[in-house]
Design a protein around this ligand. Sequence first.
Ligand SMILES: [Zn+2]
Length: 339
Amino acid sequence: MSGVRIPVVWSDAHVDHAPTLQAIDGVDYPHPEVPSRPRLIRDALVAEGLADLIPSNPCDDLLVDRVHAPAYRRFIDCACGELTGDEQLAPAGVSADPTVLESDSLAVRASYFAFGADAPLMRATYRAARSAVDVAVTGAGLVKNGSPHVFALCRPPGHHAEHDRMGGFCYFNNAVIAAHELLPAGPVAILDVDYHHGNGSQHLTYDRPDMLYVSLHADPKFAYPGFSGMAAERGSGDGEGYNHNYPLWPGTAIDDYAATLSGACERIAAFAPAGLVVSLGFDTHADDPIASFDLRSEDFARIGAQIAALDLPTLHVLEGGYALARLGESAVAYVGALT
Ligand SMILES: [Zn+2]
């Protein structure tokens, strides 16, 4: 392989965040968001000579707090501190009633800061989620300093995380936090190519004309998160017209995907941003255990080439992707096509 190396930002501070079970309709299933995911990508990129590994630097909590409610960040910090060992705590449900915060039950209190039960808390979760922000912000700094493409190997993922609610394996919205870092140079576009709609990213940018959110994802009529991602969601207020969703059908393969991505990239080019953040999920792969698109590992080269053709300073932020045997080769195809 004769690719050009790109900076790949990395941290192993997330590895003790290792939820093992996920409850769906009261039944426990193995949790797909496992600690090995970024390491598999990192090792494959290094083996192919495509990565300059960069350790992340810690960033200030204020960068999290300008995107998320400070009380939400502090809750996750304190709640994790109450857990011991490998204990896993799922929110008891979803509540908008602030009196639940007076409950003796941590699971009940967590329901005020969750939109589902699939982002469990463990003792190591806060440190992991904060380290993912550090990785994204470090990557944004490298882009600001002139690197045309930087890959931030964030884990846990972030695009489902809302202003003050966790869910969908996500706690802090790494991509939106990083986009704020790029904003001083001019408007920023976020292109979300994860299989799932990034409800959190959409909502955190929905009323902003300086952050364009464009997403290709499985139609919410049949896929998670279900409550957002329709084409009619176009932004609100000053952000009207700065949100574009491209819902796709099950079984979508590369030709249809690439044609849709082409239209999405035209939207981004017309916006003429100063920088681009890609929410990069590999769960569009045909072998992904929780998704139903039909992309092959080599198809990610075509996706990478289309995105690179935008010729924008770009931070690629890892989101989902759970076919462990396919992560490395998919990432190699994608990164190899960037340069
Ligand atoms: Zn996903």
